[in-house]
Design a protein around this ligand. Structure first.
Ligand code: SAM
Length: 308
């Protein structure tokens, strides 16, 4: 297979390389912002599960900060990630208290206006299991968010729209009065992936954030214990991004513009440590990295995955 064949098969992979984005997922956040104006007035943002870093790139390019001071962006991932200007990186686990504390330290005690999470575990191919693990990761993201997000703030996270998704919606609605499920144009129709956009953070009265997994333990959590009675929640499902934009499930010819001949663009983010090449060291010039296993979606990563 030629190196340009993926350019043909995956239009957003190709556009990501041409735009200097580390992963095609950059377009998902851009399209979510088009629909929800997520970035308006944001001075502090947290990117959970950030590697290889295309969402952090979007945040650092699009957040304006306030007069005189640029926006602050903190990126967290288990994997190492090559540096990005204006982004503080924490190599850590979003389920750990120490990670929450490190974010708080960086913001000098100020809460964030926006927390985004494009987290994905390694998919197994067993759909029920993948959906369960994705749900646990989303709850872990929500949990750390309760430590760092300001009241009224916004939380955006990847979700798999499986058969039990309404339970997750109910859990999110305990913390946010406004929850919408959105499918960006660049997210494949064939994928179960979507994104919840949760606005107006407002935890239940008496809720005390703790990293002892209260949201994952139905007996321990004050928040979840409030889920009694008829708690089924129906949230709006919207498409976002310009619907006349490229269709990620289509194959396009290499020459998109008759006036501009096709030229191959290499990925801007070669993997720091590709899983199948353990001997390979950092990319030349400290080049950007990609997650070793769970990353997916990287402009330099292999084929499509369930959550792509
Ligand atoms: N949004 C990223 C971008 O645009 O470049 C892509 C994120 S990738 C799809 C998912 C990431 O989730 C992987 O890099 C993986 O290491 C990370 N991840 C999974 N579980 C995590 C955890 N418990 N803590 C921190 N990161 C985690």
């Amino acid at each position: 297979m030629g190196r340009s064949s993926k350019d043909k098969r995956d239009i957003y992979y190709r556009l990501a390389k041409e735009g200097g984005w580390r992963a095609r997922s950059a377009f998902k956040l851009l399209q979510l912002d088009q629909r929800f104006q997520l970035f308006q007035g944001v001075r502090r943002a947290v990117d959970l599960c950030a590697a290889p870093g295309s969402w952090s790139q979007v945040l650092s390019r699009h957040l304006r900060g306030s007069e005189g001071s640029p926006a602050q962006v903190v990126a967290v991932d288990l994997q190492a990630m090559a540096p990005l200007p204006g982004v503080l990186q924490i190599q850590g686990d979003i389920t750990k208290a120490s990670t929450a504390q490190e974010i708080q330290r960086h913001f000098e005690g100020h809460p964030a206006d926006l927390v985004v999470c494009d987290g994905a575990p390694d998919v197994t191919g067993l759909h029920d299991l993948d959906e369960y693990i994705q749900a646990q990761l989303l709850l872990a993201a929500l949990n750390i968010t309760t430590h760092v997000l300001k009241k009224g703030g916004t939380f955006v996270a990847k979700i798999f729209r499986g058969k039990d998704v309404t339970l997750l919606y109910s859990q999110l609605r305990l913390f946010f009065p406004d929850v919408t499920c959105a499918k960006p144009r660049s997210s494949r129709n064939s994928s179960i992936e979507a994104f919840v956009v949760c606005r107006g953070y407002s935890p239940p009265e008496g809720f005390v954030p703790t990293m002892d997994n209260p949201l994952l333990d139905p007996d321990a959590g004050l928040a979840l214990s409030q889920l009694s009675g008829p708690s089924r929640v129906i949230v709006p499902f919207v498409a976002c991004g310009d619907l006349s934009a490229y269709d990620p499930d289509r194959t396009y010819p290499l020459q998109l513009d008759p006036a501009r001949p096709y030229t191959y663009v290499p990925p801007p983010a070669p993997p720091i440590a590709p899983p199948l090449c353990p001997g390979l060291s950092a990319a030349p010039g400290g080049g950007p990295g990609t997650p070793a296993g769970g990353g997916g979606g990287g402009a330099g990563a292999a084929g499509p995955r369930r959550g792509d």
